[in-house]
Design a protein around this ligand. Structure first.
Ligand code: FAD
Length: 395
């Protein structure tokens, strides 16, 4: 039978393997992953797992029953597309079809490598190393007020740790949301008893302390670095597989790469969005769940429709449920739906009158309705969209 090999046993790799079986693929499926653990879900790591409310987050999947061969704890070091062969620590592996699903890896803080007490938060091992920090209520300095920084700060405050968040920009989530939308989130930190220091740059990290470039010394039993992630594609160097500006695999609208019989899906790949007219590199869970269906259908030869999702993600921070659907761009019209100083509000973005994106804080119904309206590129009446008492619906 045909041999499909999948590199990376995170959500995208696991879903690709399972989707192949669900869609009736009868050849061999081999899933190779660098981490030694049973494949697991990442979002709980910065939430329940960190707080010790859940032991782990392993997927409830019977790989053996599905005929999926797991090779865990194996690093794939290269691929030779012309030979249809991978190189691994354990020797070469031949494939007929290859799926790249190596995800992303956190960006390290320069100069912090090897300093005791400096942590990243990407893997189960990271979360397990951070658990005692929370359990002991240590002083924590979080570098970066992005999604991971906010979620870690939330868990650390829940555990009673003194928390300082150091952010180089003037606000949280500066790379993701416009200033006026992110500004109200600044108050969330203070409300939770976390100190947010904006315009703050780390000069150096020593065991037990973080020094800012203005001379401030912050005591730090632990430092958690959350300054972003980049596609884990260093191993593809020299393979000839085309990579983009962020070193992500450049996939097409069926998630095929530039090499024959090689697909890429999840955090490691970007794809051209017909909906938004630009290439999207999405580092969120839903994309790692949806993309594999297209990959599996294309491998099987079912001629699936182009992969063109409405991106979606959520974050749980400071007691709030934050959700975002779609993709906004500079120039889209921004409409407030509710008062951002209250616990529940939303923001809509309109492009040419149609809903392009929606951010919902504590308003899951807005999100559910908005997601459908984005999917169908529905025009909205801006005056109605601005009234939080009126359900979101077509103009
Ligand atoms: P990954 O999950 O990164 O899996 C890739 C796997 O490939 C890894 O296990 C890696 O070890 C392995 N690998 C890499 N290189 C190699 C190699 N050369 N050889 C073999 N194996 C390799 N998203 C949301 O939408 N909402 C959330 O609330 C949310 N919370 C999150 C919390 C945390 C702490 C983290 C880290 C992420 C969170 N995300 C969230 C993002 C979401 O988890 C990711 O988008 C998703 O995990 C991407 O899946 P993936 O399979 O593409 O990549």
């Amino acid at each position: 039978g045909r041999r499909v090999v999948i590199v990376g046993a995170g959500m995208a790799g696991v879903r690709s393997a399972v989707a192949l079986r669900e869609q009736g693929f009868t050849g061999t499926v081999t899933l190779i992953g660098a981490e030694p653990h049973q494949p697991y879900d990442r979002p709980p790591l910065s939430k329940a797992v960190l707080l010790g409310k859940a032991e782990g987050s392993a997927f409830d999947i019977d790989f053996e029953a599905l005929g999926i061969e797991l090779r865990l704890g194996v690093d794939v070091t290269g691929v030779r597309p012309a030979d249809h062969e991978l190189d691994t620590e354990a020797g070469p592996v031949a494939y007929d079809t290859l799926v790249l699903a190596t995800g992303a890896e956190p960006i390290r803080l320069p100069g912090s490598e090897g300093v005791p007490g400096v942590h990243l938060l990407r893997t189960l091992d990271d979360a397990e190393r951070l658990r005692p920090v929370l359990a002991e209520g240590q002083d924590v300095v979080v570098v970066g007020a992005g999604w991971i920084g906010a979620e870690f700060a939330t868990a650390a405050r829940d555990a009673g740790c003194p928390v300082t968040v150091v952010e180089a920009a003037d606000r949280p989530l500066a790379g993701v949301l416009p200033a006026e939308v992110a500004a109200p989130m600044t108050a969330w930190y203070a409300d939770a008893g976390a100190e947010l220091r904006t315009h703050a740059r780390v000069e150096r990290v020593e065991p037990g302390a973080v020094f800012l470039d203005d001379g401030t010394r912050l005591a730090a039993g632990a430092v958690v670095v959350g300054i972003g992630a980049r596609p884990a594609t260093a191993w593809l160097a020299g393979s000839g597989i085309a990579l983009g500006a962020h070193r992500e695999v450049l996939a097409d609208d069926h998630l095929r790469t530039s090499a024959p019989d090689v697909y890429a899906v999840g955090d490691c790949a970007s794809f051209p969005s017909g909906r938004y007219g630009e290439r999207l590199l999405v580092h969120h869970w839903d994309n790692a769940v949806q993309g594999p269906r297209t990959v599996a259908a294309d491998i099987i030869g079912e001629s699936p429709a182009a992969y063109d999702p409405v991106p979606y993600f959520w974050s749980e921070q400071f007691g709030r449920f934050v959700q975002y659907a779609g993709h906004h761009a500079p120039g889209d019209d921004l409409i407030w739906r509710g008062d951002p100083t209250t616990p529940a509000w939303s923001v809509c973005w309109l492009r040419d009158g149609a809903l392009s994106a929606l951010l919902a804080v504590g308003r899951p119904r807005d999100l559910a309705q908005g997601r459908k309206l984005i999917e169908s590129a529905t025009r909205l009446d801006p005056a109605l969209a601005a009234d939080p008492a009126v359900p979101l619906k077509r103009a």
